[in-house]
Design a protein around this ligand. Sequence first.
Ligand SMILES: C[S@@+](CC[C@H](N)C(=O)[O-])C[C@H]1O[C@@H](n2cnc3c(N)ncnc32)[C@H](O)[C@@H]1O
Length: 480
Amino acid sequence: MVSLTREQFDALRVLLATAAGLVFDDSRKKSMSFSVMERIRESGARDVPAYLLLLADPAEQQRLLDEVTIQETHFFRNPPQVRALRAYVLPELIRHAETHGRRLRIWSAGCSTGEEPYSMAMMLRELLPAGPGWDVKVLATDLSSRALAAARTGRYGARAVALASPEQLARHFEPGPHGTYEVRQEVRDLVEFRHHNLVTEATPFEAPERADTILCRNVTIYFARETTRALMGRLHRCLRDGGYLFLGHSETLWRVSEDFRLVTLGTGESAAFVYRRLDVTAATQLRHVLPDRRTLDEGPPVVERRVGPRRAAPGRSEPSRVLPLVPAVEPVPSTSPDEVLRQARRALSQGRYDLAAQLAADAAVLEPLRAEAFYLRGLALVDAARDADALLDLRKAVYLEPEQGFAHFLLAGVLDRLGHGAAAAREYAAAADTLGLQPGDATADELGGRSVSELAQLCRQLEERLSAQTGDGAQARGVR
Ligand SMILES: C[S@@+](CC[C@H](N)C(=O)[O-])C[C@H]1O[C@@H](n2cnc3c(N)ncnc32)[C@H](O)[C@@H]1O
């Protein structure tokens, strides 16, 4: 194992930030050392100073980028988003394409080893109407040459396809050597792989040939906020009006970009949060299009709100600004979400956790972007010792309301108890940061009446403890 001096680590950090927008805080020094050791071994460099000299060559920079980038991915990743793609987004894109030259462009930006773009191509194969004249392409780009080389082979192990159904396995793959799965040619034909750096290069789509949908999932997690902000501006410009932007479940545009609108597709636990470019024209057209799609799912299909900062602690949230894009299509409920949430809180205080969870779920159906509903359901489930069930609700709560310190705190505890130490440390850090934004004398009834500043201190201690145990718990803090 090589040991990087502070100067060497800093030099590498500057290089990787400039070359690819990647931020390496101190918690990632160890993983950087591993990557450098690997490159020293492969390149035959004598030591770290000799290796740093090699980095003047762009080819060696590329090899180091291949080494340090994180390629984790799999087919049909993020089931709520996959359901939303299949039920709403792709059918709508296909309908749009039918009146626009049958041309459809999807961009998988940061495609890694290809599972994401191939999954898109597979769903398109299932949904595209038969007939000539379709011009459909999934453009799949990544910074890592190594990942792209793997993607082009189209061959995968069992773990990568674990979320594919037996029908999808049979339809889109053929058996490869040693129990592997090979993507069928008709799927590959829809995908074009290309090397592309999202931070330093112009986007591959330009007006008037814009992309219909962009997936840029789990890519910006290692970017600085400014880098993500600039990237989102470019993505917005190259996405057509009405097009969708999919980010990873821990990535939000809150405080990053106000160009997109957050929409939720589907309801309840299967709801997916997606961003959308909606200029005036697309928003107007949607009023006519959306009511036709009611039959596709169980709830109000789309609600949206402008992306923008909201600050509200549980129990005193500001009035929600959820704006249905369509006239109410569901039976108008006789009870308001506020009233249902009041009942949920009452049930919680009486120790009737299952009832509280049910009421909070009802409120989430009535108002799918209400963070408080997910928070209360998560709280009720935690109180009922149902940590695994609470996870999703608490994730949604912090996604919708990133300054919800109490939700971060609860989520951290759940992650810790479920054995996800590093993720728990990140949540404790987020809890400490966001609780610190509240008035020092505030208290939290549902968390045992602790004062907020006391809770923030506790979160910091818990974060430090977990970081020490896992070695990288503080990783996310300096990154976003
Ligand atoms: C964790 S993978 C995400 C794969 C896939 N999008 C998913 O969500 O399953 C992140 C990918 O982003 C790529 N990446 C990181 N920085 C990039 C940059 N500046 N330009 C293009 N790709 C980048 C990495 O090489 C890696 O393959």
